[in-house]
Design a protein around this ligand. Structure first.
Ligand code: Z5A
Length: 210
């Protein structure tokens, strides 16, 4: 295994268990004696967290899809330069709850922006920077929404309709079929079962020496 850090992103639609998965990956990294930073998107920096507040707040109303796209990538550009790249340069691993695939899923699949526009913005903001491993947690939309149904007020995304979330799930699965760094994880089992799948995936990743 290389000694340098790796960027692991955790993706999926609402309530699939991303935060729970982050904890499992963190535990796995600790067991392997690997130093890491955990973070999230949109967010992870002061600027990113302020953008997150605006993006999730229902009081922001209907944000133009292109404006929403640019806010996501503005937060991400800051996140990469301020947090992610410095951590990787120190040899730390980075575990990130959501990343660019969420933009393709939500602003592309969900809001209807073209892959071309998202790709051009990605090129501008990321300049080829990409995760080493992306775990896509997959679950029927209604099951994910049921898991988070008991939470209080819904944010601006959670207020969307079922077909919005179906398109998001589909986009994640389509993207996962396009690259070798994706692993789709069946998130329909209980927490222990999903944790086992995540741990097995991490074992394979490290065994591959990537
Ligand atoms: N967004 C975007 O549009 N474009 C972008 O580029 C990016 C983001 C980066 C913020 O995301 C919003 O930003 C998001 C997309 C948009 N939309 N929304 N809303 P977020 O990640 O902060 O919010 P979220 O997707 O709503 O996450 P979440 O609802 O908190 O879900 P989660 O992290 O995937 O799940 P969890 O917190 O781990 O688990 C949810 C509940 O299920 C909890 O009670 C767990 O105990 C339970 N759980 C977890 N695993 C299981 C299993 N296996 N069985 C049963 N119950 C379980």
């Amino acid at each position: 295994m290389k000694q340098s850090g790796r960027l692991i992103t955790i993706e999926g639609a609402e309530g699939v268990g991303k935060s729970t998965c982050v904890s499992v990956v963190e535990q796995w990294l600790r067991e392997h004696g690997l130093r890491y930073v955990s973070t999230r998107e949109p967010g992870g920096t002061s600027l990113g967290e302020q953008l997150r507040t605006l993006l999730l707040d229902p009081e922001s109303g209907t944000i133009d899809p292109v404006a929403e796209l640019l806010m996501m990538f503005a937060a991400r550009a800051q996140h990469i330069s301020e947090i992610i790249k410095p951590a990787l340069a120190r040899g730390q691993w980075v575990v990130c709850d959501r990343f660019t695939d969420s933009t393709y899923a939500y602003q592309g699949g969900g809001r209807g922006l073209s892959e071309l526009i998202i790709g051009q913005t990605e090129d501008l903001a990321l300049q080829g920077f990409a995760p080493d491993l992306t775990l896509v947690l997959d679950l029927p939309v209604e099951d994910g929404l049921a898991r988070v149904a008991s939470r209080g007020d819904k944010d601006r995304f959670e207020r969307e309709q079922m077909d919005f979330f179906e398109r998001i799930r589909q986009t994640f699965l389509e993207r996962a079929a396009t690259g070798v760094h994706y692993r789709v994880i069946d998130a329909s089992g209980d927490e222990a079962a999903v944790a086992n799948l995540v741990r097995q995936t991490m074992d394979s990743f490290i065994a591959e020496g990537t």
